[in-house]
Design a protein around this ligand. Structure first.
Ligand code: COA
Length: 250
């Protein structure tokens, strides 16, 4: 695993890849270099699928897209969907993506977190979308992913009234599934989830992620098509035989 350039530190942690948003002096604000590094990382994880854990250095996840760069962007940049495409690529990675959230996860930082499959947080988490306060909308996933994650009523308050959730509120809303006292503990918990994923059949995990992401109209046909492939897999036979033989020995 090569280290991606710029403010994204990428480490091979055996059971998973750990990506650290590492621009703490700017609260890990997501600039073009970080977006380029995310694309580079996604390209590697598409080629060689691994679980990804993502977190931020210095007590914050990410305080948004880089406002200095955003201010200079014009209509053509908006249409190009610079952050939108990167976060969708993250969301569509073959293996699970787990975000450990501490401190600020605002704007584009929140939208990167919404693109993860699993989120854990800390009480210090502050997550929301203040974009309208800057004269823009949250166009990199919040309007569809956040609604799906917390439901339309709370998503509307976050998007239309700039409500920022605390860690406890994010837990109550189901936006994070666990709270841990510190950022280090949240990261350890995210990495423990990745280690659990590593014990499961990667092909079954990937199929489950594809089925989970499919639109309602695709079910149950997609479930059955994916299951048909898994039912023929040597790994299914091996895992089930191992289970049955273990039971038979007792
Ligand atoms: N884009 C660019 N720079 C950012 C940034 C962002 N989204 N968020 C923080 N920074 C920079 C600040 O400009 C400051 O840089 P400087 O030291 O060179 O002046 C540095 O990060 C530290 O931020 P600061 O505001 O001093 O820290 P704080 O702890 O007092 O406040 C926040 C933290 C997150 C509340 C505050 O920085 C903030 O409101 N950021 C913008 C949040 C936002 O609107 N995000 C949505 C963008 S779409």
């Amino acid at each position: 695993m090569s280290a991606a350039a710029g403010a994204l530190r990428v480490e091979d942690r055996g059971t998973h890849v750990l990506a650290t948003l590492d621009r703490p002096e700017k609260r890990n604000a997501i600039d073009q270099d970080l977006i380029d590094a995310l694309h580079e990382l996604c390209a590697e994880l598409e080629r060689a699928p691994r679980t990804l854990v993502v977190h931020g250095a210095g007590g914050s996840f990410a305080a948004g897209a880089d406002i200095a760069q955003l201010r200079e962007r014009r209509a053509a940049d908006a249409r190009a969907g610079i952050n939108t495409h990167a976060f969708t690529r993250v969301a569509e990675l073959p293996m699970p993506v787990i975000a450990a959230l501490d401190g600020y996860a605002l704007g584009g930082g929140a939208e990167l977190a919404y693109a993860a499959d699993i989120r854990v947080g800390t009480p210090a988490l502050r997550i929301g979308n203040p974009e309208t306060g800057l004269g823009i909308l949250a166009a990199a996933g919040a309007s569809w992913r956040l609604r799906e994650l917390v439901g339309a009523p709370l998503a509307a308050e976050i998007l239309l009234a700039g409500r920022v959730l605390t860690g406890a509120e994010a837990l109550a809303a189901g936006l994070v599934t666990h709270l841990h006292d510190t950022g280090d503990e949240a990261l350890a918990a995210a990495e423990a989830i990745a280690a659990r994923v590593a014990k499961l059949d990667p092909e079954a995990t990937r199929a489950t992620k594809r089925v989970f992401a499919a639109p309602p109209s695709a079910h149950p046909a997609i479930d059955l098509a994916e299951q048909a492939i898994l039912f023929e897999s040597p790994e299914k036979m091996r895992r089930m035989t191992e289970f049955l033989e273990r039971k038979a020995q007792r």
